[in-house]
Design a protein around this ligand. Structure first.
Ligand SMILES: [Zn+2]
Length: 203
């Protein structure tokens, strides 16, 4: 009940500018990765996605793309989608509209992607109103929590398995901190989704 009220409030405050999930009749889910590219983890993620023939969306940081351009190009070459996650991983609550937008625009590599996800999900209505002129703002409905110190690989997978439903936008992190939880739970959940007859949508 509380969650429903919060969502309704969010729709009103953000004028429907934030996308949390995508209703569909076809048992589609949307696989996304944040905070990369990472020279160690991203190639392993790409291998797992290939083995299940799944296309995903990578919300990349401009500062990381600059450090690892080859990994970024590999993501593109494999036919995955890219989204803008800002240049630095900045928490947006206290940033002025100008500063917030500057950090997004500085990630010029991903400017044409048409997709943006705010770091930590932190975006104010004034930021959203401005960015929605150029981007679909993609939030999520199912967070893997692969980054959490309280998680372990199996717990991470079981949480995803218990909660997943059609239309979900699922978030993983292709980063060193999340590595073990991410790689294990990704490969297990893709296997589970396959046996359950799920397919994958494109954002
Ligand atoms: Zn992030």
């Amino acid at each position: 009940m509380m969650q429903k009220a919060t969502k309704t409030l969010s729709r009103y405050v953000y004028n429907n500018k934030l996308i949390w999930s995508i209703c569909n009749e076809e048992k589609l889910v949307y696989i996304t990765f944040d905070d990369g590219p990472d020279p160690d983890v991203t190639p392993k993620v790409l291998e797992i996605l290939d083995s299940f023939n799944v296309k995903a969306t990578f919300f990349c940081l401009g500062s990381k793309i600059e450090k690892h351009p080859n990994i970024y190009n590999t993501i593109l070459a494999k036919g995955h989608k890219i989204g803008n996650h800002g240049y630095f991983h900045k928490k947006g609550w206290f940033l002025s509209k100008k500063k917030f937008v500057e950090n997004v625009e500085q990630n010029h590599y991903t400017n044409d992607s048409g997709l943006f996800r705010p770091a930590y999900g932190a975006i104010r209505p004034c930021h959203a109103a401005e960015l929605s002129k150029h981007y679909k703002i993609i939030m999520w409905s199912l967070m893997s929590k692969d980054y959490s110190k309280k998680m372990n690989p199996d717990k991470c997978y079981k949480r995803l398995k218990d909660k997943v439903k059609p239309g979900d936008i699922i978030v993983f992190h292709d980063t060193a901190d999340a590595k073990n939880n991410c790689l294990y739970s990704l490969s297990k959940i893709l296997n589970y989704l396959k046996t359950e007859g799920y397919n994958y949508g494109v954002l």
